[in-house]
Design a binder for this molecule. Sequence first.
Ligand code: FE2
Length: 516
Amino acid sequence: MTEAGSPDRRRFLTAGAAMLGGVASAQLWLPAAARAAEAPLPEGVFSLGVASGDPLPDGIVLWTRLAPDPLNGGGMPDRAVPVEWQLAQDERFRKVVRKGTAMARPEYGHSVHVDVRGLSPDRRYWYRFRAGGQLSPTGRTRTAPRRDSFGGSLRVALASCQNWQHGWFTPYADMLDQDPDVVLFVGDYIYESAPSATTVRRHEGTGEPYTLVQYRNRYAQYRSDPDLAAMHAHAPFVVTFDDHEVDNDFAGEIPQDPDKQGHDAFVDRLTAAYQAYYEHMPVRATAVPNGPHIQMYRRLEFGRLARLNVLDTRQFRSDQATSQAGAQDPSMTMLGAEQKRWLLDGLHGSPARWNLIASQIMMAETDVRIGEGKLWYYDAWDGYQVERNGLLREFAHVRNPVVLSGDRHLTMISDLKKDFADPDSEVVGAEFVGTSISSNGDQDQDAFHAEWDPRKADNPHWKVIDAHRGYHLFDIHRDGIDARVRVVDTVTRPEATPSTLARLRVEAGRPGVHVV
Ligand SMILES: [Fe+2]
């Protein structure tokens, strides 16, 4: 936000103007006696904005967190505070259809999660909060279509990997203009790395977060990105976490460096990280953590058009392999037995035309060794060969499976093959690895292609590989999915020029993906 009059600047001012415009009507919410009894709060309780998530045909989660001093623990008094909320059919709140009061409690960082029900399917709504006489920005959201609806279309944005230090989250400004029905975020919402003096922007704090307050401050800093805040206020998100919400490359209760963090210390860290994650995400009460455990894998339905299976590929996985032979050990699991059964049940019993799988990490093979032999990344599905291959064999009997992934900080769009060891193997699905919002910053594209293009012959299933920052956009119809790779020219400044790098199509009933 450096130049007045830029699109981003305008967008932010509009949100502010809407907030000021609502003050007069907000005073009418409460009876006079209740207003008088309302204890004053520090100015700026809605500094983190608003969000919504996990749309149902009749419900939506509304979120905010009161934090007048966002980078220093929040700055709220140590007591529960009532927060009124309203949800309306119109932007001006003339037709309020649901309202209530939720408690923002200190033990949850004064976050508020309202699970509104009784709404109409496939409908746009506006919402806002009020606390201590202060009014939040207005958010916009949308419910899912009726469960039995056959027609229509769905626009989904796929995002991941937003490293504050690597750049501004400029792809979200374009995403907002593209107006998706829902944003799917598949991990690395924050990065746990220590502040660096040489990056585009600097992390708050003095080191990596370990405690609850430290993680809260980190999430609060990320939410201060103007384009991310505006996107949250514009459309519902469906989120899942990957490793950097806790610790790079962790697996279950095993940290990246067990020598540096003992088991008990890492369990404390997981507990703090999951709690802060819940506090900052628009998710249902099913995701309230129980110590070092959080329930994140879940299904969302978009009529008979699409079923979205959101995976958790961190909590239940075996520790990463360290060799090609280790990656082929049949005892290695990515999902754990229970989640794997849940996924297969949901795929085989699905009434949906499209069966989407949100996987934090890439499922298609990445063979990084040029020529004879293979070399895989062991943190991705390649490191869990037997379970991955079993899943791909099942895909042959699933209606239109499409995997949506992150982690790689690259666009990698692939056919999914039943057996990557056999070049003539049957294609059973498609995968989109949705680059990154900012992680890895502005990459040298020539250097990327010089390094990666020679590997294409070893990975004939790759359809597009690219190193621009951005996200993927999907228009899902009954007969096919039209996908666009949307990229920006830079994340080193708060404003960027977006463009479409590639267009792809997945045809219903014909597994695989092709460049248009
Ligand atoms: Fe990442």
